[in-house]
Design a protein around this ligand. Structure first.
Ligand code: ZN
Length: 80
């Protein structure tokens, strides 16, 4: 059992993250610049902004990423 799992028995997952930091994995590559991330501990979703800072993935941002992804995929397909 990892230390984090051990700790999560005593503190809730969000608290664990605020102490140890999120355990971030990349979920989706939106474009070369925009990615979607997720914390494997508390499941919070993040994305990066134009300044390359990580920010919470709000429904609005998710919609923007969705649009970008569609646009990007279409562009990539049409250039083949
Ligand atoms: Zn977290």
């Amino acid at each position: 059992m990892s230390f984090l799992n051990f700790m999560s028995k005593f503190v809730d997952k969000k608290t664990a993250c605020s102490i140890f930091g999120h355990k971030i994995v990349t979920v989706r590559n939106v474009t070369g610049h925009f990615k979607e991330y997720k914390c494997t501990v508390c499941q919070v979703e993040l994305t990066n902004d134009l300044q390359d800072r990580k920010t919470f993935l709000t429904p609005e941002l998710k919609k923007i990423n969705e649009t970008l992804l569609n646009h990007y995929t279409r562009k990539r397909l049409s250039s083949m």
